[in-house]
Design a protein around this ligand. Structure first.
Ligand SMILES: C[S@@+](CC[C@H](N)C(=O)[O-])C[C@H]1O[C@@H](n2cnc3c(N)ncnc32)[C@H](O)[C@@H]1O
Length: 177
């Protein structure tokens, strides 16, 4: 399954940390790419550094208009999943989502434009209480991939963690520049 993410907007009070975490969750929970609007370009450098150290080729693309990418992806047969507390229950949607081949997940920063509710193939609520795009995205990605995302390889890493019950075990390789 191919999974990509779009984050629409950014709060006027800068929330670079939240935006970075949306990208980090996307990367570490198995998405391949994130599209972002109105973002501090340093976020790309941060994610490039993470890729170099921890592996993989997670991509960030800055976009002008969220609607163009949603329409383009629909033409490429992606199903659009909009995360919103008003949406159908994730418990009801997850089975169908697990059977899709290509998903574009849309999260907001603040109030999202009305059109996304109509453009989406699925409007999904992770509970019907307000919380955060970071938590909603993490739960959705986990429900769709049922934990398999954590078995995914991140090739060409400089550092690779060997999971251990006690302490830290990290393999270091200097082959990647
Ligand atoms: C801080 S919230 C903004 C909530 C905003 N009041 C609204 O009307 O959507 C930012 C984003 O987090 C996600 N989100 C927050 N709570 C959610 C929930 N219970 N289920 C799914 N997504 C949620 C949505 O993508 C939302 O656009």
């Amino acid at each position: 399954m191919i999974i990509e993410v779009v984050r629409i907007g950014q709060r006027v009070v800068r929330d670079d940390r939240v935006t970075t975490h949306v990208a980090l969750v996307s990367r570490s929970f198995g998405a391949e790419k994130i599209y972002m609007t109105e973002v501090n370009p340093e976020i790309k450098e941060t994610l490039d550094k993470i890729n170099k150290t921890w592996g993989g080729n997670f991509e960030i693309e800055f976009i002008e208009k969220w609607k163009s990418i949603v329409k383009k992806k629909k033409e490429e047969n992606f199903k659009i999943v909009h995360l919103t507390m008003y949406g159908e229950k994730i418990n009801d949607a997850q089975k169908e989502l697990q059977n899709e081949e290509k998903l574009l997940i849309v999260v907001g920063a603040e109030k999202v434009p009305r059109d996304i509710y109509e453009l989406a193939d699925y409007n999904v609520g992770v509970g019907s209480q307000p919380h955060s795009e970071i938590s909603a995205l993490a739960v959705l990605l986990d429900r769709i991939q049922t934990g398999k995302q954590f078995e995914k390889a991140f090739p060409n890493a400089k550092r690779k963690i060997v999971p251990t019950k006690n302490g830290k075990n990290v393999e270091v390789s200097e082959t990647r520049d």
